[in-house]
Design a binder for this molecule. Structure first.
Ligand SMILES: [Zn+2]
Length: 90
């Protein structure tokens, strides 16, 4: 995963940041929904959609790049990504 390939490092860091942003926006969105704050919901919805798109693009970039080589563990980057994705927000 990290350490062998500079491009993998860059892509994984980008994916981690995309997940961090998505989690933050999702939590604010859920709070706004619980509080029935329609103004906040309206403001957060496009940010939420953009965060989901960014997360998917980051995941796709890793998947696309991962087909070019395998990790030190013997697992492909795609297999590692699928494992991590199961533990991330979906
Ligand atoms: Zn790589």
């Amino acid at each position: 995963m990290l350490g062998n390939c500079p491009e993998c490092d860059r892509l994984w860091r980008g994916y981690a940041e995309a997940i961090r942003v998505a989690l933050k926006i999702t939590s604010h969105r859920q709070i706004a929904a619980i509080e029935q704050n329609s103004a906040a919901c309206a403001t957060l919805e496009p940010l939420y959609q953009a965060a989901m798109t960014s997360r998917e693009l980051a995941r796709k970039a890793i998947t696309d790049h991962g087909f070019t080589h395998r990790t030190r563990t013997g697992k492909s980057a795609v297999e590692t990504l699928h494992f991590l994705s199961r533990n991330a927000l979906d």
